[in-house]
Design a binder for this molecule. Sequence first.
Ligand code: GLC
Length: 636
Amino acid sequence: MSFNPSEGTFIPFFSFNIKFNLFLIDLNELYKVCSQLKRIISISLLLFLSFGKINAQKTTERVQWFVNDRFGMFIHFGLYSAAEGYWHGEKIRNNNNYAEWIQYRNRIDTKDYISLINRIQWDEIDPEQWVLLAKKAGMKYLTITAKHHDGFALWDSKVSDYDLGNYTSPKRDLIKELSVACKKHGIKLGLYYSHWIDWQHKYGWDHNKELSGLTQKEYDQYWQEKVIPQVRELLTNYGDISIMWFDMWIPHSKTIVTKKQLLQLKDLIRELQPNCLINSRLGLSVDEDNDIDFRTLGDNQLGKEKLDYPWQTAGTVAHSWGFHATENQWNATSKILQNLINNVSLNGNYMLNIGPRANGEIPYEITDRFEKIGNWLKTNGESVYKSGAFDLRSDLHDWGRITTKTENGKTKIYLHVFNWPLDKQLRVTAIQSKPSKIYLLKDKLKTPIPFTHQAVVTRISLPVDLPDPYVSVLVMEFDHKPEIVKGLVGESTGGGYALTPLNTINSKGSTKILSPSRYGTIPQRLIIEEDSKYTWKIYFDKPGTYKVDASYSFQEEKPGKDILLIKTAGQELKHKLQITGKTVGEPNSAWVIDSFNNYNTGSININKPGFYNISLEVKPKDNHIIKFNRLWIEEK
Ligand code: GLC
């Protein structure tokens, strides 16, 4: 149960497997975040479930640049861009607003759909501007939809007439133009190619074929006469292609595509451009084929735990990938930056999308954010590029995320402060070595910032003025690889320790953890049905009296003999479980939930600084169930 995701360790009886993930999936939360994105949820769940296994570290030479670069641009451009999410006055038929799906969703015939080509303002389209924006945003590579699900090729394809070469005059070839611009500005070029789905080819996959049927033989005809020769063209005529980015979000075994076809495609890529990376949405997971270069998570699905295998999140600034006229839920710059930092702190990559309009323009809401992110990276990029996960749980500190890098024997730990503490004390837990210096990354003079260090507690006296409106970064410098102590409970912002089901060092008995549910109104809890014992480790840096609170839900009719025992340093606190009753989760909506209440269980005396194990013993009586939320320990 007690599992430290970023440390890749787990405590007995609960093997690091699918079970763990199932317990932690918060369907309500997922629904909230992607309320309308039903399909995405299934993608996310699938990919999330496949997290169940940590792969051995795999960074081949081929993928090293990708691991170092961390940040790229995704470009969704095609005929759909000209529809702008509307067809004949009607919005795309899906609340997810995926404008590039309009042909399928709104049941548009290919001969009508192609008319969108006339709305594209070719004189104004200059892909070099997209490349320049990527550069400005601090992105190091880009991936364009060479062919999306609609089957239309954005290059001059000899293989199919359904391409730009055939429908523009003078002929345009956006892949050529981009490859030239990328080369000129030192950006690596990747190509998205929809291999599985193709709504134009009569034997390509279209989800309606779930109804009408398609034979393997027919599908193979599509594969051999469109996919293979087009990928050959793309890898032959446009210089170095850094990534072939495929988009089959379910395993091949659940699709019409055969493993043989996928291997044929992979072999072709390896033969034509051995350095080109291939993502897991080819349809072969990294577990099934370790020759896949990196794993692509679900759309907008951020990392939750450190994976030693290169991985990436493809994300949008709002919802749609292709341009959508009425898109208006733009994510804040700070949120996007935090997404990037979060992924890097877990060894991941982030590829952020633009959906240019049919005149090539990129929505202001995107360019504005990209420029701000680029400026931030200009100052702070050192903590992102060539940096990666630190060896502690990434959620150890509630104030932000840590990344690290070691160069010339010196280790730097970058503290990304998302929430600048009001008391101007940044509390860092678990780093045993004393840093030689701490300074703000943006400070070219590296003016030392005062700090104290005791055993595993570093307290940094922060400057009064917030250094950066988005994310401020402090650097801890060490002359060697710093020693750390794993398994500790991190000190909260403002002081105090939250002992949760997730940061134990040991657990015995009941182990089922449920994630927050009903839109988070019911908190994370551990379902205790038998005699159980949980242990946490804390470093107290100050002697003193500490109060201990317990938060739980207990839904019996009347109090019984059920008790909580909290033990540390030879002291014992005994708490008789109280009936917590119900609470209204959401006013006026007949939404009544179990109440989780906080009770003071007493105080403990810590006589001298040191490491202390705190244990909680729970003894339910008469088949009672206790839903344990957390302990809270704070100096009185
Ligand atoms: C999804 C969508 C697609 C989009 C892609 C980006 O799979 O089908 O429209 O291109 O995600 O990750």
